[in-house]
Write a protein that binds this ligand. Structure first.
Ligand code: BGC
Length: 394
């Protein structure tokens, strides 16, 4: 090899070495970026959502994670007004029923779309219950009216809001003081509901409350899901699993009779995934009373704390929803009373069975049924319960 060639080789070798060292250094520099900067935190932003009929300003908070899930929550009723989830192709669509304006949420007969429910979710027989010998009178559940906390329940009040976040979550903290005897319930109830979104497409809902007088409480979340993202399409083709061996049969006014019935060999057996429409129209006295499914399932493993309670799956889009809770029961309601009168966000109206609810809770009418788990909250005690909604695809 000539001296010239040798020097050329040497030079090339040195340059390659230098270059690779530089690359290594650059890579090293990359990994030196502080962890916080590499993460995409969940964001929370706020905008106005207009004012209520009583001129109270309402805000809308938008939680957004790194995957692209976006959840909008308004301070009126703590309502989830929209919630996007991916299908099997990664396309995000809104999967909860709701409205695009505060005026529509205040229309008469709005069936608690996306709202927080309280002080007592579901029904209390004849609007009466007794605590320590004192009888309390509430608004009576007349058909579909005045259930879920009375004439003006937690779904119709404006909550105070605050934001918090960590490296990988963002939370909206809603608080509301329900005054002593509001809607007939005893005790000033300090209520706090924290909605937390993480980067696993999971929304955690933490409910907390304290009281200064003995009272009853049963909070829940009343989102209507349609996993297809097409609100003109009934949900009867979607599949449900409920981890419950028993359910609560109801009387003609949808109040539990007190019986705890085995789901085996009934249309209420969802222990294995079942398409909602499979048995919904069979001849069955219970289905007739609810015009479909509108019942409370007694969840298994009540002493285990947080566990998977129910899943919902839309075979067409591939969207899968998993609901976990530490509550003892879940109301599964198939939108039987939706009758095409309310305007849809997507144009048109919300028709029969175009959304389903999975409301984690204690049993309806518990204050009047001694054998049901207690819903009494005493001064000095803390009410605390959790539910999570996790989306993925299958
Ligand atoms: C009830 C239904 C009711 C719906 C809207 C559900 O929790 O069980 O009977 O129609 O809420 O009010």
């Amino acid at each position: 090899m000539s001296t010239l060639k040798r020097s050329f080789y040497l030079l090339t070798l040195i340059s390659v070495c230098l270059l690779s060292m530089q690359c290594k250094n650059e890579k090293k520099a990359d990994t030196n970026i502080p962890v916080e900067e590499m993460k995409n935190p969940v964001t929370i932003t706020k905008e106005s959502f207009g004012t209520t009929k009583d001129s109270i300003p309402v805000d809308k908070y938008i939680l957004k994670n790194e995957k692209g899930m976006e959840i909008s929550i308004i301070t009126y009723g703590g309502i989830i007004t929209s919630w996007t989830a991916p299908d099997k192709n990664g396309t995000y669509k809104d999967i909860v029923l709701g409205f695009d304006s505060i005026q529509k949420y205040q229309l008469p007969g709005v069936p608690y779309f996306g709202a927080l429910i309280g002080r007592f979710g579901n029904r209390i027989a004849k609007g009466k219950f007794t605590l320590d010998g004192t009888q309390y009178t509430l608004a009576t559940n007349d058909g579909q009216n005045h259930l879920h906390g009375g004439v003006k329940g937690f779904d119709k009040v404006v909550w105070n809001a605050a934001e918090t976040s960590t490296d990988s979550t963002a939370s909206l903290v809603l608080t509301y003081l329900s005054k002593d005897m509001e809607e007939g319930y005893p005790g000033n109830l300090e209520t706090k509901v924290t909605y937390t979104l993480n980067n696993d497409n999971q929304l955690n809902v933490l409910y907390e409350a304290t009281t200064d007088k003995k009272t009853v409480i049963n909070l829940t979340q009343h989102s209507y899901f349609n996993l297809s993202g097409d609100f003109s399409k009934p949900i009867v083709g979607e599949e449900i699993t409920i981890h419950a061996d028993t359910f609560l049969p109801v009387d003609a006014t949808l109040i539990p009779t007190g019986e705890i019935k085995d789901v085996a060999n009934t249309p209420f057996d969802f222990r294995q995934a079942k398409v909602i429409g499979k048995d919904i129209n069979v001849q069955d006295e219970q289905l007739k009373r609810g015009l479909g499914y509108d019942h409370c399932w007694v969840l298994n493993n009540q002493n285990e704390g947080m566990r998977l309670a129910a899943t919902a799956y839309d075979p067409e889009s591939g969207r899968l929803l998993e609901v976990s809770t530490d509550e003892p029961a879940i109301q599964f309601y198939t939108g039987n009373f939706l009758d095409g009168t309310l305007p849809s966000k997507q144009g048109g109206t919300y028709g029969h069975r175009t959304g389903f609810c999975l409301e984690t809770q204690h049993y309806p009418d518990s204050p009047n049924q001694r054998d049901f788990p207690s819903v009494v909250l005493s001064p000095g005690d803390k009410y605390m319960t959790k539910t999570s909604f996790k989306f993925s695809v299958k």
